[in-house]
Each structure stands twice: as structure tokens, then as C-alpha cells.
Design a protein around this ligand. Structure first.
Ligand code: E4P
Length: 217
């Protein structure tokens, strides 16, 4: 499973890259707004830090403007993947951008049929939002499971990029389902790497080693 960092904080990205796990980045307008920096500047910096797909979202709601924004975003760097929402206008823009050879990540997906529609329009990625479905009492992972099955049934090359992940169990389930990509916020990425028994075990190993007063070689 590919792991993307879900965020626009370049400090966090710099740190996460050193852990050797990051294959790409997803951003959204809320995450970019939080940086307080110009949209294009942050995206260009992210693209200079990581050699992998970087999702950048359009903010217009009508297809012709989405198309213009998508083309402008794609010109920033060859690794930019344009994010379009799964609205009717977003699907029109997805089809047009895909036809022009620009990769599209269709976002804000909450049902498997929305994902199927996005795949039919040529999306390179579909992003089901798991946490936001869980928040309203639905099982977000069921949408991922159904999406995986449907896209497999028809041999779509569209990758399922599981988004809105809030905890390590979400990541585990995404991996068990064979999702192509999981995009993790920095805190969840850290959580999946830490285990209290690892810390306790290491503490004991080191205490015993120091007590033995030996040298490593
Ligand atoms: C994905 O591309 C989105 O940026 C993100 O996963 C949304 O997560 P949230 O529901 O925690 O805001």
C-alpha cells in the first residue's frame, strides 16, 4: 500500500520523509489555507521535497473554471494530480482534464457509485472519505470495500486512495482491503509507527546492556 501524507505543513512533511515511508502528498483547500501561505508557493515547495504524486484541489464549482484551474495547477509541476470534487461539474472537469493527459484525483467520495462514476470519467484516483462517514454513524470502510470490489470487477486502473483516516485501525483496514493508497495525517502516521511494548522492550534491553558494562565491539 502506498502511503501519502495528508497535509500541507512542509515542516511535518520534511520530518515524515526522513522516516522513509512517504510516497506522495494530498492537500485540500482547508489544509492549504491553514498554512497562511500562497497556495502555489506551498505546492511548489511540496513538489520539490517529494518525488511522487501531489494532489492539489480546484476551488471553482463550474466545469470550465475547474478545467482552467486544473490546467494551471498541472503546469506548476509534473507530479501535480488535480483534485476535483465528485459533483456533476467536477465529473465534467475530470473527463476533460483526463482527456488532456492530466491526472485527476476525484475527492469527497462517500458512496461506491460516486467512485464508479469518477472511474468512468477517467479519474486516476478516487478518494473515499472514511472518517467523515464514521462521524455521521456510517461505516466508512464499507464504502472502500464496495469501491474496491466494483473497480476490480471491471478492471479499472483507477487507484483507490483512502482518505479522511483518523486512526491506526482505519489504516489497518485499508491495507487489509488492498487499497492502493492511504493518505495519513501526520499524527496518524506517527501513531502507526509507535507501540508501547516496543518502547518498554527497548528500555529493558538497554538497561540490561548498560548493567553488563560491556562494549558493542
Ligand atoms: C484527502 O484528500 C483529504 O484531504 C482528507 O483526507 C480529509 O480528511 P478530514 O476528513 O480529516 O478532513
Amino acid at each position: 500500500m502506498k502511503i501519502f501524507l495528508d497535509g500541507a505543513d512542509t515542516g511535518e512533511l520534511r520530518e515524515a520523509i526522513t522516516w522513509g515511508l512517504i510516497d506522495g502528498v494530498t492537500t485540500n483547500p482547508s489544509l492549504l489555507a491553514k498554512t497562511g501561505r500562497p497556495y502555489a508557493e506551498v505546492l511548489a515547495e511540496i513538489c520539490s521535497m517529494i518525488n511522487g504524486p501531489v494532489s492539489a484541489e480546484v476551488v471553482s464549482t463550474q466545469a470550465p473554471q475547474m478545467l482552467e484551474e486544473g490546467e494551471a495547477l498541472a503546469r506548476l509541476h509534473p507530479n501535480i494530480v488535480v483534485k476535483c470534487p465528485v459533483t456533476l461539474e467536477g465529473l465534467k472537469a475530470t473527463a476533460a482534464l483526463s482527456k488532456r493527459g492530466i491526472k485527476v484525483n476525484v475527492t469527497l467520495i462517500f458512496s461506491p457509485l460516486q467512485a464508479l462514476a469518477a472511474a468512468k470519467c477517467g479519474a486516476s484516483y478516487v478518494s473515499p472519505f472514511v472518517g467523515r462517514l464514521d462521524d455521521i454513524g456510517h461505516d466508512g470502510m464499507t464504502t472502500v470495500e464496495q469501491t474496491m470490489r466494483i473497480l476490480r470487477n471491471y478492471n479499472y486502473h483507477t487507484e483507490v486512495l483512502v482518505a479522511s483516516l483518523r486512526n491506526p485501525l482505519h489504516v489497518l483496514k485499508a491495507a487489509e482491503l488492498g487499497a492502493h493508497v492511504a493518505t495519513l495525517p501526520f499524527n496518524v502516521l506517527r501513531q502507526i509507527l509507535c507501540h508501547p511494548l516496543t518502547e518498554v522492550g527497548l528500555e529493558k534491553f538497554l538497561a540490561d546492556w548498560h548493567a553488563s558494562k560491556q562494549k558493542i565491539v
